[in-house]
Design a binder for this molecule. Sequence first.
Ligand code: GLU
Length: 487
Amino acid sequence: MLEVESAVPEAVVRVRFAPSPTGYPHLGNIRTALFNWAFARHNNGVFILRIEDTDVARLVEGAADVILDSLRWLGLDWDEGPYFQSQRLELYHKAVDQLLKQELAYRCYCSPQRLESMRQEQMKRKQPPGYDRHCRNLTREQKAEMEASGIIPVVRFMSPLEGQTFFNDLLRGQIIFENSTLDDFVILKSDGYPTYHLANIVDDHEMAISHVLRADEWLSSAPRHVLLYQAMGWQPPLFAHLPMILGTDRSKLGKRHGATAINEYQEQGYLPEAMFNFLVLLGWALDDKTEILTRDEIVKHFSLERISKTAAVFNKDKLDWMNGVYLRGLGLEEFVQRAMPFLGRDLPVEISRPLDTGYISQFMPLVQERARTLAEVPQLSDFFFVEELEYDADLLLGKIDKAEAVKGLQASIARVDGLQDWTATSLETVFRPLAEELGLKTGVFFGLLRVAVTGRTAAPPLFQTMEVLGRERCIKRLKSAIDKLER
Ligand code: GLU
């Protein structure tokens, strides 16, 4: 028997990320992009990038490029776009004309001064803010008079005065808004650009968007959008308003929580794959325990059902931890390759470039164990490069006095000068008994040596470090530590 294919084609998932280039994208923006991307990829759908650049006054130069770069950095590849709303004005004008013709929108000639005094008045009377619909019922003559005066009007949507607007949010269920709370919002500004509300619904319709997954802050705009869809005679997409992201103090996420623009995370040495993993867990989870997930696993399992209904909490310590996990998961060569730009950028200028990858690879395993970000790599390893260490002589005198320290350093030089093979193991077999001979605790003695050869109290394992630094450099550093003490 022939198998009959289902007559109903599977609904196509088409989603979009629609940022406004009014600033550099922050964590929340990119989390939205990621959820849309993952939802599209999971469903073999289409991910569209649309730049909502109609608020000309608030445009930030270069922001759109940074948005694109951030998406590329995280591997959030888009299938269509980027579309720029500023290049699609005709479409919005067409929609506005239709609404005007159907008398579902009207021209408003109110001056900014009038609107301002209206606002003041409303505040004084403790009334909710909103346009008082002054121009909604102008007579034909009044309209003609206004037109003749040369005032360039805005166009406002004629919101219903009563009744309710409802829609089903895929995450929050039935949402009901009282129409009386909606004012006659502007859909076309006097500069000829549409407002967000209008451009957004026209494009979601034109681009056949199936699901709108966006930040929770847009929930209050949704009833306006639903009314606009109804007025245009269009079927609205399905909505899902994503949970908020809060700081660990449970207030709205901001800079003070250590959350910055995404490109800054890149500069601070976070890996895109760690960032990706971290971001998806801000409001989505596979189960109640899995933290580390690959891209493929995320795509495989991503679903709206697993998006949390409560706010997500941004925890910078968790990000640092996760980044460390990803850093340690890299092969040595890969780690070196990723760290190189950071070494080039942050190592002191007097260290000559290009840096020697062969030498670097010798100590990178030690650094890889410890770094939480790539930007920490130069900090953790600069003593491998510099000729002269700069540190305060007092650092050498943790728990011993000057005479003991000098004696210890001199004895160390004498012991290692003729050491046959310069390896971590043989260095250890020299220094352990030496501590005892000197009557010093190993911790104290090794601490002294560590400062002498690295210039710091916390560094990778001492003997492995000394092995990489080499005999000559170590002896030179031990000598200069004595000089420092005797100076
Ligand atoms: N341009 C809006 C933003 O910046 C888009 C909101 C939406 O997805 O509808 O987030």
